[in-house]
Design a protein around this ligand. Structure first.
Ligand code: SF4
Length: 201
């Protein structure tokens, strides 16, 4: 069952704390945030960004040390492919008062979900097969070569592993939608369960 929303902790004073995280993703949803262009800097100035691997150095232990519920809004894009991503998703679920599934991969599996057409072993074998081979002929890892991190048996959408407070649809969501969603999320007015942040839908 998806990890449930934690007990609501009182909101800390000061600027809203915001986190961005990506699981298995093409990067397009991150790009949608950057595509806010001139709207991005003022928006970030209104917030305290506590996690954004795309732009800021980070350490997992720093996030683990945050009190539960102390991040006001966490935006997670991408589907969940790796065990590590499952752990990050659950960690951010605990730390965030509002957690948002950003993009089709987080909502439904999306493009990353196509990985379920074959098993993880077949994908790795295909990746290790030299171009031009008639059939999969995987080559062995070279000494010292980094190994793939542990993968889950199948790709799962974020919405399957944690309860989400809101969904920002699209592949990727348009910058206009991102901007409207951020405004909605920073508004303390209650959300409907798994509210879809798309005013025109
Ligand atoms: Fe990329 Fe689309 Fe998935 Fe976003 S929803 S990570 S743009 S494939």
């Amino acid at each position: 069952a998806p990890l449930a929303v934690p007990e609501a902790a009182p909101r800390a004073p000061g600027r809203p704390r915001v986190a961005f995280w990506w699981n298995s993703s093409c990067g397009g949803c991150e790009e949608a945030v950057v595509d806010l262009g001139p709207d991005l800097a003022p928006l970030l100035g209104e917030c305290e960004v506590v996690l954004w691997p795309f732009a800021l150095d980070y350490k997992r232990r720093d996030v683990e040390a945050l009190p539960d519920g102390s991040i006001d809004v966490a935006f997670l894009n991408g589907a969940v492919r790796l065990e590590d991503q499952l752990e990050w998703s659950r960690l951010l679920r605990r730390k965030a008062r509002r957690l948002v599934a950003v993009g089709a991969c987080a909502q439904l599996g999306g493009v990353v979900g196509l990985g379920n057409l074959t098993g993880p072993g077949e994908i790795e074998a295909a990746a290790r097969t030299p171009l031009g081979a008639a059939a999969p002929e995987p080559v062995a890892p070279r000494p010292g070569e980094p190994r793939l991190p542990p993968v889950l048996a199948r790709v799962v959408p974020l919405t399957e592993v944690v309860e989400v407070d809101a969904i920002l649809p699209g592949c990727p969501p348009s910058p206009e939608l991102v901007l409207a969603a951020v405004r909605r999320l920073l508004d303390p007015a209650p959300l409907r369960p798994a509210e879809v942040l798309a005013p025109d839908l």
